[in-house]
Design a protein around this ligand. Structure first.
Ligand code: KG4
Ligand code: ZN
Length: 341
């Protein structure tokens, strides 16, 4: 096995990476569609699929140029084929299938969430964190808020998940209420840095319960009610800081609970929301206090990227897994992925 070409098109980011057999990222190029979806305040699936078709082939060419490599240096392809927007996944999967046929290289379909789980382990000079297995993984993104017990590659148990909105979705919806732009998580994070997290009180659903599930839809309703009686523009920083604190403290509290229940000393926090400065700070300071190994991806591997798909693709191909002409995209995870969809 030499290098792998990886493709990610599950949502609204088109991304291509070449990853070496040692998990070093030789090139990573992405096209974002924020501008295309901004007028709608959320992702429009039809637009997302169409933009992938325009962006993908030029990005593949660019990834080769950046890495100074050619097809001869590639041993296989990896592509996200689940879960995600079906029209978006289709573009990546059909492209990978076609290239595999034309270039006579094996390909494998990768679960996007599995990609996030392993993102902190990509070899990168800017990745100072390491973590041994087994570990607890908190995957927090725009579509998912899941806690897993990871006992090794391919060996996952789902411990808990959101019962309604994902944490990233809660960030994005709040940003939309305050007209901060899309995607909103990073804007809330930015405003929160100047605000007082105690200024407003937001609910922390399920935090007292022993289970490891999350619920963020009540937070959105509480924010709507508060904004009916508050001049949002005058208090943006305090509102963002308080709202962010409700999400982050809920995430950290459940992460601590899972770690304690499993009696583990290793955690991974990953996915788009793991770019949140307050979440990173609270996880790392808890890790230091309690002597827990914490691994978070460098910022460029937090949000959707093909490098993390390359990591999983390499491991999967090494295990003999192969995509076939019948391997289709799927909007949800497979039952066999994590024991549940
Ligand atoms: O992993 P990701 O790129 O896509 C999905 O798989 O969903 O995650 C995107 C999510 C969005 O909801 C975005 O607002 C959120 O990650 N996000 C953040 C930050 N950066 C991205 N949320 C809070 N703070 C951030 N700094
Ligand atoms: Zn993602």
């Amino acid at each position: 096995m030499k290098n792998i070409l990886a493709i990610e098109t599950s949502c609204d980011d088109t991304s291509v990476a070449i990853v070496s057999k040692d998990k070093e990222v030789l090139s990573l190029v992405s096209a974002h569609q924020d501008f295309d979806h901004k007028p709608f305040g959320g992702i429009v699936p039809e637009i997302a699929g169409r933009q992938h078709t325009l962006a993908l082939l030029p990005l593949i060419e660019e990834s080769f140029k950046k890495a100074s490599l050619s097809w001869e240096d590639i041993s296989g392809l990896a592509v996200t084929n689940r879960p995600g927007l079906i029209g978006s996944l289709l573009v990546g999967v059909l492209t990978a299938k076609t290239l595999s046929l034309v270039k006579q290289k094996p390909w494998v379909g990768v679960n996007h969430l599995e990609g996030h789980i392993w993102a902190p382990f990509l070899k990168d000079a800017k990745a100072p964190f390491s973590c041994e297995q087994p570990f607890v993984a908190l995957v927090v993104s725009g579509g998912h808020t899941h806690l897993y017990h990871v006992q090794g590659f391919g060996n996952y148990t789902l411990l808990g998940r959101t019962l309604d909105d994902a944490a990233g979705e809660a960030f994005d919806k709040f940003a939309k209420m305050l007209n901060l732009g899309f995607p909103g998580g990073v804007q809330v994070d930015r405003h929160a840095q100047k605000g007082n997290a105690q200024a407003f009180s937001f609910p922390r659903p399920l935090i007292e319960q022993d289970n490891l599930n999350f619920s963020f839809s009540g937070l959105k309703t509480a924010a709507l009610r508060l904004l009916e009686n508050t001049e949002g523009e005058k208090h943006i920083s305090d509102l963002c800081a308080s709202y962010q604190e409700a999400i982050v403290s809920t995430l950290v509290s459940k992460l601590k609970k899972a770690t304690k229940q499993l009696d583990l000393k290793q955690v991974v926090v990953t996915g788009g929301v793991s770019a949140n400065s307050q979440l990173r700070k609270q996880v790392l300071s808890w890790g230091e206090e309690e002597n827990i190994q914490c691994a978070l991806p460098p910022l460029k591997y937090c949000t959707d990227n093909a490098a993390m798909i390359g990591y999983v693709g390499l491991e999967s191909l090494k295990k003999g897994m192969r995509g076939s002409e019948n391997t289709d995209p799927s909007a949800t995870s497979l039952k066999t992925d994590f024991g549940t969809s």
